[in-house]
Design a protein around this ligand. Sequence first.
Ligand SMILES: CC(C)(COP(=O)(O)OP(=O)(O)OC[C@H]1O[C@@H](n2cnc3c(N)ncnc32)[C@H](O)[C@@H]1OP(=O)(O)O)[C@@H](O)C(=O)NCCC(=O)NCCS
Length: 186
Amino acid sequence: MVNKPPNRLRLREVRRDDIEALHAIYGDAATTQHLSFEPRTPEQVASIIDRSMASAVESPRTEHCVAFTLASSDELVGFGRLARDPHQMRAATVGFAIHRSLWGQGLGVESLTLLLGLGFDELNLHRVWGARSPLNAASKRTMEAVNMTQEGVIREHVLKNGSWRDSVVHAILDREWHQGTPNAGT
Ligand SMILES: CC(C)(COP(=O)(O)OP(=O)(O)OC[C@H]1O[C@@H](n2cnc3c(N)ncnc32)[C@H](O)[C@@H]1OP(=O)(O)O)[C@@H](O)C(=O)NCCC(=O)NCCS
């Protein structure tokens, strides 16, 4: 099966004028509920954007922090991160979030498909993996929808609110990506 390209979202580099739109995502408690951090302040979001823009011009580039925009506008409605795994050749970790007002419309699957396309088709990665909270059902379903296999559990991976939390790992290999992602771009 050939990967069907997503058609509602575009991927671009983040910009300084994305602060407000990214804060609408990362400043929201429901969005960060299962993430490794508490809701971000506007100042923290500004730092994320500054770091993302700086990493974009590093050589070699080890991190791609990207904005997902609706095809009809240039406004950021989602954020994604593909970061080279320092412990494995041609591997990266993935993270993604969509503005809460747009959940449940297939945009999570589209955004993750765009990130995997970047990783495999442009960066020639061999393996991409993501770690989610055991309670994050939406993330589980989203990663399964793009053919990422649930591989196992990293015990006490994340320290949040003073408690250690396990992570569940999902991953996809280059050959699996090139065979096609069954639910991508629906
Ligand atoms: C995870 C996230 C990006 C999904 O975005 P979305 O646009 O709602 O996702 P989609 O509409 O593409 O749905 C993807 C799958 O998740 C399922 N899903 C969505 N929300 C769900 C929920 N609250 N509970 C269970 N499943 C859910 C959908 O039914 C779909 O599964 P299917 O293909 O088997 O039908 C979004 O919930 C989000 O931004 N969450 C906060 C950040 C986060 O947790 N990121 C992941 C970090 S590991």
